[in-house]
Design a protein around this ligand. Structure first.
Ligand SMILES: NC(=O)C1=CN([C@@H]2O[C@H](COP(=O)(O)OP(=O)(O)OC[C@H]3O[C@@H](n4cnc5c(N)ncnc54)[C@H](O)[C@@H]3O)[C@@H](O)[C@H]2O)C=CC1
Ligand SMILES: [Mg+2]
Length: 341
């Protein structure tokens, strides 16, 4: 028995080692592409391309599914030949990853070109990211989200904020440089805390007036400069619902492309059950209230379309699985059911 176990252990370890080395080699290769412009330009000739138009990704409908096509360099050339100055377009692409076989992936925004020509040629459509994220396969959503954030960053950092002179991107798009001032700009994102507050038996969800009718989610807020995650959670909860966090626990994080590239840091926070009276910030929130276990279970079953009632009001529903708020709510539910079991 021990021999079988040892053999199994050896096999698992060697598999883990091989997997690990694939990952390490991939990350090192990507880093090389970021650092070496000529290597990256060469990689563009064998890479694949995801297309965007004014930050909307290109999707193809196949039956009920939406696919995110990757175009080869040859297919890219065929499309771009239909427009003037085809060569300069490839230069605008940004590196967003690579396959395990080191085939690099790029994203390219063709916003200045006539989108109907591309759409009819490739039989698909440029789709708003707020829709695209929720209709594509779950492994494609993070890729679209990070590609869009990087393209947006390049689009809004064309000039040096010190000299006003144009900045130049490196081949991979991992930075921009102002040659007049020597300043290097790196893509930025904003840290945002998202907190599911619980009083031990209920959890607190809120809605902003801009949310779709009936949607409730966890409290969120941008971190202030100089603040750590714990301070940001405590401040946001105090500001938005007037409660004092007693303890908090980190759950997970997620890149979120709205409004312009955020790192969502998700936490569970506990407040004292005796001091759980909500005092809502009416400037930001339209409604904030406690939800019991049953209401959470029911809310998770609902979809935007099924939440409208006969009298025109909406029953609560929660963000879809692509949003980290959904994961926080599921975790809370699991914890509650484990406690009451
Ligand atoms: N993935 C998910 O599950 C969820 C994601 N979110 C995201 O979190 C973001 C932040 O949540 P809010 O409650 O709106 O934040 P918030 O509570 O900090 O309020 C937003 C206000 O903060 C100010 N602000 C400070 N720094 C900012 C920055 N870097 N960028 C933009 N505004 C800044 C602005 O005045 C803005 O109106 C939302 O934009 C939303 O996209 C929110 C809930 C769920
Ligand atoms: Mg907020």
């Amino acid at each position: 028995m021990a021999a079988v176990y040892q053999a199994l252990h050896r096999r698992v370890s060697s598999l883990a080692c091989r997997l690990h080395s694939t990952y390490v080699r991939k990350m090192r290769y990507l880093n090389q592409l970021k650092e070496d412009d000529s290597l990256c330009r060469q990689a563009q000739t064998s890479g694949t391309f995801y297309l965007f138009h004014n930050l909307s990704p290109f999707l193809q409908k196949a039956g009920k599914k939406y696919l995110v096509p990757q175009l080869s360099a040859t297919e890219m050339r065929q499309i771009l030949e239909k427009f003037p100055e085809a060569e300069q377009w490839i230069e605008k692409s940004v590196l967003i990853g690579c396959s395990d076989e080191h085939r690099p992936r790029f994203a390219l925004d063709l916003g200045a070109l006539d989108k109907s020509v591309i759409e009819s040629e490739l039989q698909g459509s440029f789709t708003d990211l707020r829709k695209a994220l929720f209709v594509v396969d779950s492994e494609d959503s993070p890729l679209l989200a990070s590609a869009q954030s990087l393209l947006r960053w390049h689009d809004s950092h064309q000039y040096c904020s010190k000299t006003g002179q144009p900045t130049q991107k490196n081949a991979a798009g991992s930075k921009r440089v102002c040659h007049a001032s020597g300043v290097t700009y790196y893509p930025q994102m904003s840290p945002v805390v998202i907190t599911l507050v619980s009083d031990g038996s209920r959890c607190l969800l809120a809605r902003q007036p801009s949310f779709p009718p009936g949607m409730f989610t966890a409290l969120s807020g941008f971190c202030d400069l100089g603040e750590n995650v714990e301070e940001a959670v405590q401040r946001e909860v105090a500001e938005e619902v007037g409660l004092e966090v007693q303890s908090l626990r980190y759950s997970a994080s997620q890149h979120w492309p709205f409004p312009s590239g955020s790192l969502m840091i998700a936490c569970h926070a506990l407040v004292a059950a005796q001091q759980a009276e909500i005092s809502m910030d009416t400037l930001e929130l339209e409604e904030a209230r406690w939800f019991g276990l049953e209401e959470i279970v029911e809310g998770l079953k609902r979809e935007p379309g099924s939440s409208k009632q006969g009298d025109g009001s909406f029953l609560p529903w929660f963000p879809p699985k692509q949003a980290i708020a959904h994961q926080l709510i599921l975790e809370w539910l699991q914890q509650q059911t484990a406690q009451t079991a």
